[in-house]
Design a protein around this ligand. Sequence first.
Ligand code: GCU
Length: 342
Amino acid sequence: MKLPENLPRFDSVTPEEAQRLLCTCEYGFMPPRPECVSFSETLGNKEFCAGKAVLHKVTATVENNGKSFSFPFSYVRPNAKESVPAVVLINFRGNIPDLYIPTEELADLCIAVASFDYQEVSPDNGDFESLAGGFLGVDRSDPHAPGKIAIWAWAASIVMDYVEKRPEVDLKNVAVAGHSRLGKTALFAGLHDKRFSFIWSNDSGCAGAALYRGKGGETAEAIHRVFPFWFCPNYANYTASDDAFPFDQHWFLSLLAPRNVYVASAENDLWADPQNELLSCIAATPAFEALGVSGLIGNPEKSEAGLTLHEGTIGYHCRSGEHYLSREDWQKFILYMKKHLK
Ligand code: GCU
């Protein structure tokens, strides 16, 4: 596959500078960690999934300078004797089970899953006053203020604090995952929280895994028109053309090296653009190799349904069908994760 010409080279700046540019031009800076984090369990089901798992209903409370904020999440622990890998899923709903979480299959595969409803952290609109926005005192007159992607990613780290305390979790093998806008969010969470050793971004498209340059479907201009609040205010200065950014999204993937990054596409999801999601994995590969691990292994001609590249530190698949977080996406990701467990 041919990379777009004029793709900014990741090695033209230091990783610190690359991360600073992503924050100042696109997502804003990650909100600081709260001074105090605590958890209370409000309800559980000891006989979940026919007694194969335990459901924990948890409330996280964070505190800063006398202010506090709470949000709920769920944690499903499989009944396994050995320690288990875990996935933190940033989700669209708080339901358990949910159409985006194959809870029982994950319990059968001995994978723990923690999940939360992103809008219980901060609403998916321009409201920065309520919930976490108010708690964090987000000031959108600052050009580098966090957008919603950064705020939701901040919450994923709080959930990770809980996962870290679970005695059954194998902490070398914890993934952060999300679909679509929450796939963009999973990448940002992974960038800032090195406890996530697998970062899975499903159908994340524009401002997610896909390269901006040469992109089909959604462009920076289109995403900014509808969802300006996902980004920092300064994003508006870069959306006029697809080569206005001093970087491209392969820098985002590159900064996750040498951890495992998994990008999943759907063949008919042209708005997200499977080709540019795959090209980004190819363009990020040298940054992984520079750290002594493989990047994407394989020499695909294009992204198409059935393409599965699972050998490298960057993993990729494209399935048939539409924009969705499907059972097939989970099956492929779990296969990949099990293959690369530390
Ligand atoms: C819209 C948006 C995408 C986003 C998607 C989603 O389609 O344009 O950028 O990924 O919503 O989150 O479902």
